[in-house]
Design a protein around this ligand. Structure first.
Ligand code: XMP
Length: 536
């Protein structure tokens, strides 16, 4: 049994953050749309109702009947979740005079209430709401107030039901994690046993039961997600798993060969398909970024399908989809936060059932799972790489020669990032360690490579641009290469990485001296938004 807390999502942007915080407390949780409570799941130990962009009075507000869960599980309503319960259980919610946003302090709170166990006086919380509760239902009592918000928190008498109008998941709620811990551990009884190893054990057991003797095919990309999914499935069903790795010709230098070797060492049953000639032929003369993506997506599906058809009797298609990939489809307010990138999408007519063993995990959790299965570090810490590969890093049309130039420049850059070591301390060190980078703290310092310190890096060939240069006594008229490196936690927003000048100087020299066809190197200093990580 894998105990879990269910988070019902009423559309708040911080719903995922609640999940994140619970996982950090080694408590497994799953997020469901507000109206899709999994009634038949026997492993639920508690329920959290999230915030929402709507007011309870908004005609578009999400409404749901909570009678099936009230009294059955401990419930914690956060912001809208708290207001919705107060509103529907006999209390009153009204617009706040002014929107209550930002820091506040709990001036009074019930010290012996389990929800506030180990709380400090005047604990700082983060408010963000336009409505406020003005009257509690009859049998509810106020358990905390701030100077502006009388009912900052409440509990239903004799019930395991709480509401807080502030956001414990927000960074600025100083004891927010303590509150979530109090709820998850002291109230719901979480054993805090969610770990990478326990995930592997329970997922392998589930996969064995679900898949039995069925055959499964899986598309590998060389990236961490599909690789971890493959190793997990291999543990569960062994040779009934066939992996297909398509080379579209626009991977990094030597990547197809190197990754195939890695996969073989991991004991995976992998078919490598070199389809680069087809992709290059279909891309001749195409420079529009969306066209490129479409052609590559279509070709990928064709090649993958043709190979998959040879696997007679396959019943399942496995994918390395992870939780952030699904945010768009889960986002119930209809606002597109991030467009869903997936080469070619799911081959719809394959008549295969879908198996996504990592669909509840965040990226750093996938990495932890990979490590716990003994996968090599370079495969686990590999930066994300777009499905269409270097095609979206070459401005203009694609030719094998341009790919060769970019592969050489990119290879120098990435190797340089791996070789350059930096010492980090304080918050920088903690952020890198929290992301799962293996490094030992010595005297408050860790040493990591620039590569491990950043989320993603790559070179971009500006093949539609030419600039004049001079090499020896020769005038040159060649292309610039732009280097990109960003820090991020989920690719939804990103900042350009502040790489050391001496590193940039050396890399620039090495690229210009060694890569024929490049006479200028620039560094991209745009954050996302407004720019995107990839240039196309
Ligand atoms: P952007 O450029 O949208 O990228 O800021 C966000 C993240 O998604 C990756 N990316 C892709 N991944 N197919 C993919 O599988 C794609 O077409 C694609 N486009 C961007 C990008 O590398 C970054 O990690």
């Amino acid at each position: 049994m894998q105990q879990k807390i269910v988070i019902l999502d009423f559309g708040s942007q911080t719903t995922q953050l609640i999940g994140r915080r619970l996982r950090d407390l080694d408590t497994f949780c799953e997020i469901f749309p507000y109206n899709k409570f999994p009634y038949d799941d026997p492993d639920i130990i508690g329920v959290i109702l999230s915030g929402s962009p709507f007011s309870v009075y908004d005609p578009k507000a999400f409404k749901v009947d909570l009678s099936g869960i009230r009294g059955k599980y401990p419930i914690l309503g956060i912001c809208y979740g708290a207001q919705y319960m107060a509103h529907t259980m006999g209390g009153k919610v009204a617009p706040a005079g002014t929107r209550e946003y930002g820091r506040a302090n709990l001036q009074s709170f019930e010290k012996d209430n389990l929800l506030f166990k180990d709380f400090d006086d005047n604990s700082q919380v983060w408010m963000s709401h336009g409505d406020t509760i003005v009257a509690l239902p009859d049998n509810f009592r106020c358990i905390a107030s701030t100077d502006k918000v009388q009912y900052a928190a409440y509990q239903a008498e004799g019930e395991q039901l709480w509401g807080v109008q502030f956001h414990p998941e927000a960074f600025h709620s100083m004891q927010g994690i303590q509150l979530l811990k109090n709820f998850a551990v002291d109230i719901c009884g979480s054993k805090q046993d969610w770990s990478a190893a326990s995930f592997v054990e329970s997922t392998v057991a589930q996969l064995k039961e679900e898949l039995g003797d069925d055959k499964v095919i899986l598309g590998l990309s060389g990236g961490v997600d599909s690789s971890v999914a493959a190793v997990l499935l291999n543990k569960a069903i062994g040779k009934n798993l066939t992996c297909i790795f398509v080379d579209h010709g626009m991977l990094r230098k030597n990547e197809f060969h190197d990754v195939m070797e890695d996969y073989k060492c991991l004991g995976l049953n992998v078919i490598g398909v070199d389809a680069s000639a087809k992709f290059f032929a279909d891309l001749v003369g195409v420079s529009d970024p969306e066209q490129k993506r479409k052609i590559i997506g279509r070709d990928f599906v064709e090649v993958f399908n043709a190979e998959a058809k040879k696997q007679t009797g396959a019943k399942w298609l496995a994918q390395g989809t992870i939780y952030p990939d699904r945010i768009e489809s889960l986002n119930i307010t209809g606002k597109v936060i991030k467009s869903h990138h997936n080469v070619g999408g799911l081959p719809e007519k394959m008549n295969l059932r879908l198996c996504e063993p990592l669909k509840w995990l965040f990226k750093d959790e996938v990495r932890r799972v990979g490590r716990s299965m003994g996968m090599p570090e370079h495969l686990i810490t590999r930066h994300p790489f777009p499905g269409p590969g270097l095609a979206v890093r070459i401005l203009g049309d694609i030719t094998p020669e341009k790919v060769r130039i970019l592969q050489d420049a990119d290879d120098i850059y990435i190797r340089g990032l791996r070789e350059y070591k930096v010492k980090l301390n304080g918050d920088d060190a903690r952020r890198v360690l929290a992301a799962g980078v293996p490094a030992n703290m010595k005297n408050g310092e860790i040493e990591v490579s620039l590569y491990d310190q950043i989320w993603q890096a790559g070179a971009v060939l500006l093949s539609t641009v030419r600039s004049v240069g001079v090499m020896g006594d020769e005038r040159t008229y060649e292309h610039p290469v732009a280097l990109r490196a960003v820090t991020s936690t989920d690719a939804m927003s990103a900042d350009w990485a502040h790489l050391p000048y001496d590193f940039m100087a050396n890399i620039s020299n090495e690229i210009i001296n060694k890569v024929k066809g490049v006479n200028r190197v620039c560094y991209d200093i745009s954050s996302k938004p407004p720019a995107t990580i990839e240039w196309e």
